[in-house]
Design a protein around this ligand. Sequence first.
Ligand code: SF4
Length: 311
Amino acid sequence: MSLTSRFFTDPWILMYNMSPQITLLTSKSLLTKSGLPGSTFVINPYNGCLFGCMYCYAAQIARWKHPTEKWGSYLDVKINARELLEKELKRLETRHKAKNFGSIFFSSVTDPYVSLEGEYKLTRRCLEALADFGYQGEIAIQTKSPLVIRDIDVLKKLKKVAVGFTITSLNDKVSRFLEVKAPPVSTRFKALKKLCDAGIATYAFVGPILPYFVNKKNNIKKLLDKLEKVGVKEVWFEHINLSPKIKERLYKFLKKQAPELILEFEEADIGRYRKRLDKVIKDALKGRGLKMGLGEVIYHRKTKKAKRACK
Ligand code: SF4
């Protein structure tokens, strides 16, 4: 049995099918100063993320609030998000005497279209608040969920908005293996096409570039072919971030599910590997109508230039 076919059949996924723990809360702030250069503010309508990706850095950030729960098993819902945002926008307008205070990014520690957004509509309501306010700055929304197409009507009202999809593979089995409960990648491509057809600016975020599954010349080319086909004009790449905390969680999972992959991932943490991959990507982009975000492959532990965070 091949690696990919085995991944999808292992029973570990059952753990994530348990009912999530949902907490409704009123938050004290929403529009938060961004630690990501290039983004002035971030908006996280939720804390936690039910998609439960195995490489997610947000799992560590959220730990102080949920020290014992498994990442992907809980979600805090900021039910007053829109009202809070309206107040914050007014306050900032008074301070800046303008309707543009910099770029706003949805979201840094959750997916703005996590499955329960279908019910709570917090991201939609925040976008409506920004549209009603007449926000003039850039807004970037990054997601793994086709639910975003529900909001095309609101997106069209925003002055400068771009929707990015995280695309880490062309294979639904691979995306399901590491992005446990996120919508399969095939549905993300369909959504990208719908957004492009609707005239919304889009981008793809290929991050992390998965060792073993995606890091080969042919795989990168196929991925770019497909992005061009759906009409994407901009693509960002990011090397995998194997910081000690991310490694701890990811390797614990790999040890159980596919120990043979640990060596492949370890190799991806070496400078020589990244240099080779940078060249493969730049070569693959030559002659295409695709702009490369930042003009280089992002590597978080070397540079903090990343504008749109990979989560
Ligand atoms: S990487 Fe993004 S989508 Fe995946 S669990 Fe983290 S916040 Fe959610």
